[in-house]
Design a protein around this ligand. Structure first.
Ligand SMILES: *Cc1c(COP(=O)(O)O)cnc(C)c1O
Length: 731
C-alpha cells in the first residue's frame, strides 16, 4: 500500500507529464487508503467517475479499481473526465482533516488526553467493500468510530479480521436461502501490518491448555481512528486454527470462545505490544469481555499487586455496553471450555478454576451455572449501559439478580441510545439541500438540535422533489438487482423483463429490511392476505413493499419467513408490488434508506434493543412506521412518524401478534395511506411533508452517532479515565 505523499505537487508547472501522473496516482491511492472516503460522497464520486461500470462491478472498492490503471492511464482518464481539481481538492481536505486540532474533544475530552479509549467489538460495519460485519452491531461500531474520528475523541478500535466475513445470501427459485462464502482478497483492502515501536510486525501468542494460538494484527485507518484487526491465519497455527477467524458467527461454541479469546485477550496483548496504554476500555457487547482479565494481568505484572486490587483499578476504567434483551442471546460456556482457554491466564492471575467460573456466574458457587460473557462484562466494569431507554429497563430487570440487595431502579445499568453516522447514511441530494438551507457550519454541529430546525425554512415543494429524485434512483437500483437475481436463477426472459419494470415511482413505497429473526415478525404484514391485497391494489391509493434481510444459516424458521415473502411474486395479487432483494448489506441498506417513503419495523416489544435502520431514513426524509420498541419508544412524538400499537405487551405471543397486526393494518388504512395521497393543487402531500420536517427536526440530531459518542465521552469515558461529571450509575 502506498503511504500518503507529503508533497503537494499539483501546482508545480515544472513537473513533467509522467511525474504528474505518478502524483495523481499517489493521491488517489492515499484517498483509497483511509476509509474517510466512505463517508465523503464527493470522494467516492471521484472513484465512480473514473469508471462507473467497473466501480459497481468491483463492489465500490477503490483499491481494486485503481489496480486496473497504470499511473499513466489513470492520469489520462482523470484528464478526460476533468477530475484533477476534484482529486487535488479531496486530497487536500483529507490532509487537513488528519491534521486539524480543532475538534469537539479538544474542548470536551478533558482527561482522555494521551491515553486513548480502546473500543472492542466483534464486528465493524464500515463499508460494503470491507466484509467484517454481519449486521446492526457491526454497523453501530463502524458509526461509533467514524463519529469518534469526527469529534476528535482519542480512540483506537480493536476487532477481528474475517477473511470471508459473513455469508452472501442467494435464494433459489423456490425462495430458499443458501449461503455463499467468498475469500477476501487482501491485496484490495486498505490494510497494513500493525507494527511495534521498532517497526516490526506484531504477532500475539495466546496460551491455552491445548497449545498456543497465534494471531497477527492488521491496521486500517478510519479517518483519525486506527482500527486493529486480529487474524489467526498465520504460520504456526494448526490448519484448523488458521481458519478460526475466517467467518463471523460460524462454527460451534469452541470456535466461538476461541474467537472471543483472540478478540479480548489477544486484543489487549496487541495494544500492549504496540506500546499503547489505554486509559479506558469500552467493551461493545459481551464478545470482548475477556479483555479486562488480560489488562488486570498486565497491571499485576507492572505493579506487583494482587488480583483483587488490580481488578478494582481495571474495572474502574472499563465501560460495558449490552445489546441483547433476549436471555438466550448471551454467550455462555461450560467449565471445560473456560478451563481450556482461560486456564493458563487464570493461573497467572492466581485464581482457582472455581473463582474463574464464578466471575461469569450470577450465583457464585452454583456449579451447574455456565460462564456467561455478559455477566463477566458486568462484573469487570464499573460503568454499564443498555442502548435505549426501554432497553435500560429491560436490562436492569434481566440482570437484577446480580445485585440481589438492590431494588430494580438501583441496578447499575444506565442507557445511551444508539445513533447513526449522518454522512454515511445521508443521500447526496439531501445533503445538498441541507447545505443550501442550513448554517454553513452545520456539519460541525450534527449532534445538536439547533441547526436541524432550519428544515422548516425549506420550501415543501423542494423537499418533496428531492425525495422523489432519490426514490426514482432507488427504484432503478431495485429493478437492476431483481433482474439480475432472475438471470442468476436462469429464469425465463419474461420473468427478467417483469423484474426490470417492477414498481411505480408514484406509489407509496414501504421498505422493510433487517435480520430475519422470528421476533422481528417480517411476516406480520402478511397475517391477513385479503386485507393486505386491498391495501396493495387500491385503484387510487396503491402500496408497494420491498423486503431484504438474511436469516442466520442455522435459523430454519427465519429461512421459512424469507421463503414466504419471496413466494409472493407468484401470487397475482402481489406480483409487481411485493419484492425480496437478496444479500442485504450496507450497500442495499444505503439505497433503501435513501429512497423509501416509509420504513416499517414491527418487532415483538421489548425485544428490539434499539434498532438503527429507522434512524437512517430520518436523515433522508422518510417516515418511520414502527412498534413502540427500541429507539422508537422514546423518539415518537405523535407527528414525526407513525406508531403501531400503544406499547402494550402480552405474555401470549399469538395474542400480541394478532393485536399488533390489527393495529398495523389500521394505521396503514387510516393514517399512512390517506395522508400520503392527500394532495393539494400542486400535487403536494402537505400533511406528509409536515411530518417529514418534524421527523428531521426532532430526530436527526438526537439519533446521530455524534450525539451518542458525545454521551459516551462525557458520561462514561471521562469518568472512567478519572475525570469528573457523570450521570451514569457506577458501582
Ligand atoms: C443499519 C443496519 C442494520 C441495523 O438495523 P436494524 O434497525 O437494527 O435492523 C443492519 N444491517 C445493516 C446492513 C445495516 O446497515
Amino acid at each position: 500500500m502506498s503511504v500518503m505523499p507529503n508533497v503537494d505537487s499539483s501546482n508545480d508547472p515544472n513537473l513533467d507529464a509522467s511525474s504528474a501522473a505518478v502524483a495523481v496516482h499517489e493521491k488517489c491511492l492515499a484517498l483509497a487508503s483511509n476509509l474517510w472516503w466512505t463517508w465523503n460522497s464527493d470522494v467516492a464520486s471521484i472513484f465512480r467517475d473514473l469508471d462507473p461500470g467497473r466501480w459497481r462491478a468491483l463492489d465500490h472498492n477503490p483499491i481494486a479499481l485503481l489496480r486496473e490503471f497504470t499511473a499513466e492511464s489513470l492520469a489520462e482518464r482523470a484528464a478526460e473526465r476533468v477530475l484533477f481539481t476534484r482529486i487535488n481538492h479531496a486530497f487536500r481536505r483529507l490532509k487537513e482533516y488528519m491534521a486539524t486540532r480543532h475538534t469537539w474533544a479538544a474542548n470536551h475530552g478533558g482527561v482522555l488526553g494521551s491515553r486513548p479509549v480502546a473500543y472492542f467489538s466483534a464486528e465493524f460495519g464500515i463499508h460494503e467493500s470491507l466484509p467484517i460485519y454481519s449486521g446492526g452491531l457491526g454497523v453501530l461500531s463502524g458509526d461509533h468510530i467514524k463519529s469518534a474520528s469526527a469529534l476528535g475523541v482519542p480512540l483506537v478500535a480493536v476487532g477481528l479480521f474475517y477473511s470471508q466475513g459473513y455469508f452472501h445470501q442467494r435464494l433459489d427459485r423456490e425462495g430458499l436461502q443458501f449461503e455463499e462464502y467468498i475469500d477476501t482478497n487482501m491485496d484490495i483492502l486498505p490494510v497494513q501490518p500493525a507494527v511495534d515501536q521498532n517497526g516490526d510486525p506484531i504477532t500475539v501468542n495466546i496460551e491455552t491448555r491445548k497449545g498456543d494460538l497465534l494471531a497477527k494484527v492488521w491496521k486500517m485507518m478510519v479517518g483519525r481512528v486506527p482500527l486493529y484487526l486480529l487474524d489467526c491465519n498465520v504460520e504456526g497455527n494448526s490448519p484448523e486454527d488458521r481458519q478460526l477467524t475466517s467467518r463471523l458467527y460460524g462454527g460451534d461454541e469452541r470456535t466461538r470462545i476461541r474467537q472471543e479469546l483472540v478478540l479480548g485477550v489477544g486484543g489487549v496483548m496487541a495494544l500492549h505490544k504496540m506500546g499503547l496504554r489505554p486509559g479506558v476500555y469500552h467493551l461493545n457487547e459481551g464478545h470482548s469481555a475477556f479483555a479486562p482479565l488480560q489488562a488486570i494481568y498486565l497491571r499485576t505484572q507492572e505493579t506487583g499487586m494482587g488480583f483483587e486490587e488490580m481488578l478494582r483499578q481495571v474495572a474502574a476504567e472499563t465501560v460495558f455496553t449490552t445489546h441483547t434483551p433476549v436471555p438466550a442471546g448471551h454467550d455462555r460456556f461450560n467449565d471445560e471450555l473456560v478451563e481450556e482457554h482461560l486456564g493458563p491466564l487464570r493461573e497467572k492471575l492466581g485464581l482457582t478454576s472455581e473463582q474463574m467460573m464464578n466471575l461469569g456466574r450470577i450465583d457464585p458457587g452454583a456449579d451447574e451455572e455456565p460462564f456467561c460473557m455478559t455477566v463477566v462484562g458486568l462484573k469487570l466494569s464499573r460503568t454499564a449501559n443498555a442502548v435505549s431507554q426501554l432497553h435500560g429497563h429491560v436490562s436492569r430487570r434481566m440482570w437484577a439478580h446480580l445485585w440481589p440487595w438492590r431494588v430494580e431502579e438501583e441496578i447499575p445499568i444506565g442507557h445511551i441510545t444508539n445513533g447513526v453516522h449522518t454522512h454515511t447514511w445521508l443521500a447526496n441530494q439531501m445533503k445538498a439541500l441541507y447545505d443550501r438551507h442550513f448554517p454553513t457550519d452545520w456539519d460541525e454541529h450534527i449532534g445538536e438540535p439547533d441547526v436541524w430546525q432550519d428544515i422548516y425554512k425549506v420550501d415543501p415543494g423542494e423537499l418533496w422533489e428531492t425525495h422523489n429524485v432519490m426514490k426514482t434512483l432507488l427504484l432503478g437500483f431495485v429493478r437492476r438487482r431483481l433482474a439480475s437475481q432472475c438471470r442468476r436463477r436462469d429464469e425465463d426472459e419474461a420473468e427478467v423483463a417483469r423484474a426490470s419494470r417492477m414498481f411505480d415511482p408514484e406509489t407509496l413505497t414501504i421498505g422493510f429490511a433487517r435480520r430475519f429473526a422470528t421476533y422481528k415478525r417480517s411476516n406480520l404484514l402478511f397475517s391477513d392476505l385479503d386485507r393486505l391485497a386491498e391495501l396493495v391494489n387500491h385503484p387510487r391509493r396503491p402500496v408497494q413493499i420491498m423486503f431484504a434481510g438474511k436469516a442466520h444459516p442455522k435459523d430454519a424458521p427465519g429461512k421459512a419467513l424469507i421463503q414466504l415473502i419471496a413466494s409472493m411474486r407468484r401470487d397475482p395479487r402481489f406480483a409487481g408490488r411485493v419484492a425480496f432483494l437478496e444479500d442485504y448489506d450496507v450497500n442495499v441498506c444505503r439505497h433503501m434508506v435513501h429512497g423509501v417513503d416509509v420504513w416499517l419495523n414491527n418487532p415483538r416489544r421489548p425485544h428490539e434493543a434499539s434498532g438503527t435502520s429507522g434512524q437512517k431514513v430520518v436523515l433522508n426524509g422518510a417516515l418511520n412506521l414502527s412498534i413502540l420498541d427500541g429507539w422508537w419508544a422514546e423518539a415518537f412524538n405523535g407527528v414525526n412518524g407513525f406508531a403501531i400499537g400503544n406499547g402494550s405487551v402480552h405474555i401470549d405471543d399469538d395474542v400480541l401478534d394478532q393485536r399488533d397486526a390489527d393495529s398495523l393494518y389500521e394505521v396503514l388504512e387510516q393514517q399512512v395511506v390517506p395522508i400520503f395521497y392527500d394532495r393539494d393543487i400542486d400535487n403536494l402531500p402537505c400533511r406528509w411533508i409536515e411530518r417529514m420536517m418534524n421527523s428531521i427536526a426532532t430526530l436527526a440530531w438526537r439519533f446521530s452517532s455524534h450525539r451518542m459518542v458525545m454521551d459516551y465521552t462525557t458520561k462514561c469515558y471521562i469518568p472512567a479515565a478519572g475525570g469528573l461529571s457523570s450521570d451514569m450509575p457506577t458501582r
